[in-house]
Ligand binder design. Structure first.
Ligand code: FAD
Length: 514
């Protein structure tokens, strides 16, 4: 997590994962041709026989490619950002056009096949891949069309954030996207979408004008405030529960300002002082800082240049006049010279890591395994910071854990919790706890330590960010959606009564509720 947290809040600084016998079956069926039949896995985890003739029909119907184990490109397509999820879908439908997603959905429904929807592949819970099911891969569908006059951008479902940032900034416009250029617009937006601009412009979903969705019954629907408004409401924060979004249309805002972005790194012993100083800044934070613009990171292994060992990091993003931003930092500047200081004025694209022509991931996909937990807090809870400091002091320096506390607020909090499915509008803070490892032998230990630490602070939280949990079936789903939950179930009953789209923070339809 340490590294993904870097992306989440400050790119300026710098179910089971073990391969099951079934997974090996698909991995080894390396024929490259369609067999007479293939064993797949249903949404309920049972085996299902797929006739070769049906698979051939699906392949023929797609404008994109249908990949089976052994086909060129299968291995690359099945992999996602987090290598902890080394899974082998029976089929990968690489969608070239929205109708491909409809064909894939219809095939999966007809055969009761487990479905994973993949855009940028950044899911912390591994939702976008699966063993034995059908991966609906939107990555080939990448186009970003800006209408500068109408201040709108149309984004195909497989596009990546850096593509949106570059195309919109080219004409002096922007909308809220996350902070890692290679994250998918699809997963980020359907879960809510937090990023540097959210204090000013709200979450990614708050700028959504309309979507085109392939629904479980095999239709391609438009949804907006006036067309299928229930579906539009649910998609804005309800994760991938309601269909495959093939096109997003976002509103844009003029934004040409430089920003102040970077980190100040202090010795771990200063954590209390840093927390107090940042809390003071947060009390008067304008929208330019409000919403992920202020964050503290306890790092067990410092990523910062020129430092080593455990540190406390202050990460700042002021999305306005850098001189005005610098003035706001007075309380933290009073703490004296930090171990490292990367805070500087830069273009928004530079802060986003999107200034190069191609998407440049600071952390290349597949390079680090991560386990992540998150939680919203409705008020600064005395005690949680102390609790975490105590845990961090006991950690071995050889291990890689980080805790991020980010201040929320700004435009996000001015939207009513019931206006979209995303309910946690009033959260004052969000916490992210992560654990990373490269040696597979450390996996279970790294996850257990993170779970134990989380266990001691979860009581301070209410619900979590559905885009930031590695628990595939996180029991906090009701707390996350609060009073919106019953309405989400009704909409799930209407659009996906069979729970075809279940690899997500799953809102179970009544038919599946236990
Ligand atoms: P995928 O793994 O492709 O998809 C994840 C799930 O999202 C899918 O299984 C499906 O349920 C759903 N989904 C994806 N595409 C669609 C679609 N087109 N239609 C319907 N459902 C879909 N989040 C933030 O908000 N802000 C950040 O700054 C941020 N930084 C991150 C940095 C890193 C390095 C990582 C790993 C994650 C970060 N995240 C951030 C979390 C990120 O938003 C989620 O992981 C999100 O799910 C990624 O979207 P994706 O399309 O890349 O993922």
């Amino acid at each position: 997590m340490m590294q993904s947290r870097r992306h989440f809040v400050r790119s300026a600084l710098a179910a089971t994962a073990a391969t099951s016998p079934a997974a090996r079956l698909w991995a080894e069926a390396a024929s490259g041709v369609i067999p007479a039949s293939l064993i797949g896995i249903t949404g309920d985890g049972k085996h299902v026989t797929l006739a070769g003739a049906d698979i051939k029909d699906l392949r023929a119907a797609l404008k994109g490619h249908l990949l089976l184990s052994g086909d060129a490109g299968y291995d690359r397509a099945r992999r996602i950002w987090n290598p902890d999820f080394d899974r082998h879908p029976a089929l990968v439908a690489r969608c070239a056009v929205p109708e491909d997603a409809v064909h894939a959905v219809s095939f999966a429904r007809a055969h009761h096949l487990l479905v994973a929807v993949r855009s940028g592949g950044h899911s912390f819970a591994g939702y976008s891949t699966c063993d034995g099911g059908l991966m609906i891969d939107l990555l080939p569908m990448q186009s970003v069309e800006v209408d500068a006059q109408k201040k709108l951008v149309r984004v195909q479902g497989g596009s990546l954030l850096g593509q949106v940032d570059r195309a919109t900034q080219a004409v002096g416009l922007a909308t809220t996207m996350g902070t890692a250029t290679d994250t998918g617009v699809g997963g980020l937006t359907t879960g809510g979408g937090v990023g540097r601009l959210m204090g000013k412009f709200g979450l990614a979903i708050d700028n959504l004008q309309s979507v085109e969705v392939a629904t479980a019954d095999g239709r391609l629907l438009h949804a907006s405030e006036s067309e299928n408004p229930d579906l539009f409401w649910a998609i804005r924060g309800g994760g991938g529960n309601f269909g495959v979004v093939t096109t997003f249309e976002f509103r844009l805002h003029p934004f040409t300002s430089k920003v102040l972005s970077g980190t100040l790194v202090y010795p771990f012993e200063s954590a209390g002082d840093v927390f107090a100083a940042v809390s003071e800044i947060a009390q008067h934070a304008p929208d330019e800082l409000g919403g992920f613009g202020l964050a503290i990171v306890l790092d067990n292994k410092s990523p910062a240049e020129k430092t080593s060992g455990r540190t406390v990091v202050f990460a700042v993003d002021y999305v306005g006049d850098p001189a005005a931003g610098e003035k706001l930092l007075a309380p933290i500047r009073k703490l004296g010279k930090p171990l490292a200081d990367t805070v500087a004025a830069m273009s928004y694209l530079q802060a986003q890591g999107a200034s190069q022509s191609a998407a440049t991931a600071v952390i290349p996909a597949g390079s680090v395994n991560e386990y992540e937990k998150s939680g919203f807090m409705q008020r600064p809870a005395a005690g949680y910071f102390e609790e975490m400091r105590r845990h961090f002091k006991d950690l071995s320096p050889a291990e890689d854990y980080s805790l991020t506390i980010a201040w929320m607020g700004g435009a996000v909090a001015r939207v009513a919790p019931s206006a979209t499915a995303y309910w946690n509008r009033r959260a004052t803070h969000t916490m992210l706890l992560g654990s990373s490892w490269t040696d597979p032998a450390r996996r279970d230990h790294a996850i257990q330590i993170a779970r134990d630490m989380w266990g001691s602070v979860e009581r301070f939280t209410q619900g979590y960010y559905v885009n930031a949990s590695s628990e595939a079936a996180d029991p906090r789903i009701r707390a996350t959606y609060g009073e919106n939950y019953p309405r989400l179930v009704q909409i799930k009953n209407k659009y996906d009564p069979g729970n075809l789209f279940r690899l997500n923070a799953n809102i179970k339809p009544d038919s599946a509720a236990g």
